[in-house]
Design a protein around this ligand. Structure first.
Ligand SMILES: Cc1cc2nc3c(=O)[nH]c(=O)nc-3n(C[C@H](O)[C@H](O)[C@H](O)COP(=O)(O)OP(=O)(O)OC[C@H]3O[C@@H](n4cnc5c(N)ncnc54)[C@H](O)[C@@H]3O)c2cc1C
Length: 466
C-alpha cells in the first residue's frame, strides 16, 4: 500500500508537491475547488463569450530553476519561449533594447543599460553605483536588509527620485508586485543579484506560448499512475485532527483520509480550514491573519490592426508597466495584454475607465497606435493577487515542515505547508510556489527537494556576489 497524502490546492505549489510525491511512490490526492489546475497561474473561461484566456500573463526568468524543472517534468518546457532581448520605453516612442553582450556576468548587461536613452547621464551613474553595492553585498548582505524597505536601500545608495521612478520602481513593482516603498529590500536586491547579475542566462525572460492551463495537462496522468487522484470542483472545508496528528481533509463531498496533509492554499484560505485546536497546536498557523495582499490588473485587448510589432514592452514611469504581444487570433486580430502590478489605485475603476487609461498609456508608448482602439477588451482584477512581501511579514512566513518555523518551533508532525507565501526566500512568484511544494514533499518522502540556483559566474563570485 502506498501512503496517501492529501494536498489541499492544485496551484503550482500543490502540483509540485504532488509530482514529487508520485516520484517517491506516494499517492497524492489533490483537492481543488476549481475545475482546472494551476491556481493563480492558469487560464479562465470568459463567461461573456466562452473564450479561454489566461488569468494574466505569467513571466518566468532563467533564474527560476525549480519552475523550469517542473515544466521539464511536465514535458512542456518546449512551449516556453525564451526572450534574450528586453524592450523598454519611456512613453515617447523611443525603444531601448537590453541584451547580453559577450562579457561575463555581472558585466553582460552593463553596455545595454549604459545606452538606455530614457535615462540621463546622472541617472545612469547612480544606477551603476547602486548596482555595484548590490553586487558587493552578496547574499549575506542582502539578508541583513530584510527588515528594511528597498526605498531605504536606494536612499542609502543616494538615488534620486527620477532614477527610482524611471528604473528601480519599474523593475521591482513588476517582479515583486509591490512598490519600492513597501517591498522588503532583501527581495528587491535578490531580483537584481539573481536575475540580472549572477550569470548570463538568468535575466532571460520565459513566456508560455500556450494557454497556461495547457501547461498542466499531464499532471493527472502522472498522479493516476501511482493510484493518486485529483478531486476537481471540490472544496476543502476542514483539516481533521485527532489531538496529535491530522487524519485527513473534510471536503464539500467527502472525507479524504490521509497519512499526511499538505495545505497548499494561501494563508486566508488556510485560516478557514483549521480549528482553534489545530491552531493552538501549531505555531506556523498563528500569524495567518498578518499576511496582507497586493493586487494585479491584467487587461486583454484585441485590435483589428497591428498595434505592436515587439514581443513585449516595459513602459517606464507609466500606469501600465508591461505590454505583451499575444499574437494574432483566429479572427486575424492582434491580441495584446497589459499588466499593472501593485494596482491598488485601479481596483475601483470600471472596465471602461480601465481600458481608457490603458489605451492612453499605449498611445504614449507607441505613438503609431494613436487613433486605434480595441474592438474587444477584458480586464481581470486580482485583488488578492499575491501576499505583500513587506519587511514586516518576513518573520512570519512559515516553513513547510513542523519544527522549523519562522514564528518559533513546534508544530503538528504530519501537517505540511506549501504556497508562495511560505518561507522560500523568494517573493510571491511561481518559482516560490514550486520551491515550497518541493520542500513539503521532501519533508514527507526524504527524497528530491529544491533544485539549486544557477551558480554565479566566476567573475561575479570574485566581485563578492556569493
Ligand atoms: C494576476 C497575477 C499575475 C501574476 N504574474 C506572475 C508572474 O508574471 N510571474 C510569477 O512568477 N508569478 C506571478 N504571479 C504569482 C503566481 O501566480 C503565484 O505566486 C503562484 O501561482 C502561487 O501558487 P500557489 O500554488 O502558491 O497558490 P495558488 O495558485 O493560489 O493555488 C492555490 C489553489 O488552491 C485552491 N483552493 C483554495 N482554497 C481551496 C479550498 N478550500 N479547497 C480546495 N482548493 C482550494 C485554489 O483554487 C488554487 O487552485 C501572478 C499572480 C497573479 C494573480
Amino acid at each position: 500500500m502506498r501512503p496517501r497524502v492529501a494536498i489541499v490546492g492544485g496551484g503550482l505549489a500543490g502540483i509540485a508537491a504532488a509530482l514529487q510525491l508520485a516520484d517517491a511512490d506516494y499517492q497524492p490526492i489533490i483537492i481543488e475547488s476549481r475545475k482546472m489546475l494551476g491556481g493563480r497561474a492558469t487560464s479562465v473561461v470568459d463567461p461573456r463569450n466562452n473564450q479561454l484566456i489566461d488569468n494574466c500573463q505569467h513571466v518566468l526568468m532563467g533564474c527560476c530553476t525549480n519552475l523550469i524543472d517542473l515544466y521539464d517534468r511536465l514535458g512542456v518546457i518546449d512551449t516556453i519561449q525564451w526572450h534574450k532581448e528586453l524592450y523598454w520605453t519611456l512613453s515617447n516612442g523611443e525603444i531601448d533594447r537590453v541584451k547580453a553582450n559577450r562579457l561575463p556576468a555581472p558585466l553582460h548587461l552593463a553596455r545595454s543599460f549604459t545606452k538606455m536613452r530614457f535615462l540621463n547621464a546622472k541617472e545612469r551613474k547612480q544606477i551603476k553605483k547602486a548596482t555595484w553595492r548590490i553586487i558587493r553585498l552578496g547574499s549575506k548582505g542582502r539578508y541583513n536588509w530584510r527588515d528594511r524597505t528597498f526605498i531605504e536601500f536606494l536612499k542609502y545608495c543616494k538615488q534620486d527620485d527620477s532614477t527610482i521612478s524611471k528604473f528601480w520602481n519599474v523593475v521591482i513593482t513588476s517582479a515583486c508586485n509591490l512598490d519600492v516603498k513597501r517591498v522588503s529590500a532583501a527581495h528587491a536586491i535578490q531580483v537584481f543579484q539573481q536575475g540580472f547579475l549572477a550569470n548570463r542566462w538568468s535575466y532571460t525572460m520565459g513566456l508560455a506560448t500556450v494557454p497556461l492551463v495547457e501547461l498542466y495537462s499531464t499532471v493527472e496522468k502522472s498522479i493516476e499512475a501511482v493510484g493518486g487522484e485529483i478531486h476537481f470542483s471540490t472544496s476543502a472545508k476542514a483539516i481533521s485532527f485527532d489531538g496529535s496528528r491530522v487524519t485527513g481533509v473534510v471536503t464539500s463531498s467527502d472525507f479524504v483520509e490521509a497519512s499526511a496533509v499538505i495545505a497548499a492554499v494561501p494563508p486566508d484560505r488556510l485560516e478557514k480550514l483549521v480549528s482553534h485546536t489545530i491552531k493552538a497546536a501549531d505555531n506556523r498557523l498563528q500569524a495567518l491573519d498578518r499576511f496582507q495582499t497586493s493586487p494585479i490588473l491584467g487587461v486583454h485587448l484585441w485590435f483589428d490592426q497591428q498595434v505592436m510589432d515587439l514581443p513585449h514592452l516595459v513602459i517606464a514611469d507609466s500606469g501600465v508597466q508591461w505590454l505583451f504581444n499575444k499574437g494574432t487570433d483566429d479572427q486575424s486580430r492582434q491580441h495584446l495584454h497589459a499588466v499593472i502590478s501593485a494596482a491598488d489605485s485601479w481596483m475601483e475603476l470600471t472596465e471602461q475607465e480601465i481600458v481608457k487609461c490603458v489605451m492612453e498609456d499605449i498611445h504614449r508608448a507607441l505613438p503609431k497606435s494613436i487613433g486605434i482602439e480595441p474592438n474587444q477588451a477584458r480586464s481581470i482584477k486580482e485583488k488578492r493577487a499575491t501576499f505583500a512581501a513587506t519587511p514586516e511579514i518576513e518573520n512570519y512566513r512559515p516553513s513547510a515542515a513542523a519544527g522549523y518555523v519562522g514564528v518559533g518551533g513546534g508544530g503538528i508532525k504530519n501537517l505540511f505547508l506549501a504556497g508562495d507565501w511560505c518561507d522560500t526566500g523568494w517573493p510571491a512568484t511561481m518559482e516560490g510556489a514550486v520551491r515550497s511544494g518541493y520542500a513539503a514533499a521532501l519533508q514527507i518522502t526524504g527524497q528530491g527537494g529544491v533544485v539549486a540556483d544557477v551558480p554565479p559566474s566566476f567573475l561575479a563570485r570574485l566581485l563578492g556576489l556569493r
